[in-house]
Design a protein around this ligand. Sequence first.
Ligand code: ZN
Length: 216
Amino acid sequence: MLAANFANLEADVRKAEAAGVDCLHVDIMDGHFVPNLSFGPEIVATLKRITQLPLDVHLMIQQPDRYARTFIEAGADTLTVHLEAYHDVKRTLGLIRDMGCKCGLAINPLTLFQNATSLLKRVDLLLCMTVNPGFGGQPFIIEVLEKVRLARAYAEQHGLPYDIQVDGGLTSETIGPSVAAGANVIVAGTSVFGQKDVTAAVKLLRNRAAEVSAGG
Ligand code: ZN
């Protein structure tokens, strides 16, 4: 939703619904963990009122433990927190789960997969950032796909059901390699909302992903 038109959020939500997206990904930035500032919990509450789509809320904030409850109460269906933020990650993930919300763990491009492994049995989703977090419209960091491969292999070896999400720089060119590496949840911002025809943009991405899944 970072790439959506803030002045007419509802119109963009309707476009996303019509395009058949699975959920809305909402980036929350605090001006500390990342230099940018974006929305607070009000945006989540607003989205909850206007759509039935699940809300996937990504907290790029320094103290996610302090705000997790507020975002869940506002209507988050999945809440993702950063490994690199300043909090007891295990405790925060537990708090999110205890409130009946799906929990996600995000890792930045330079964070090693090994730093996250001890937490993976507690998460529903592992988010591998494919750009440095904080700004929309950045180029995709292809080296992160090596981490996605490790994450997929680890899930299979240990029988863990977590989803693997990629976020940042996803386009019709980068989605294929991402899915081939093992990502199964794709966040697209600019490459969808930046286009005139949102439905066609989503269809193009879905087709690319399907080609790769089918072994193409
Ligand atoms: Zn995000």
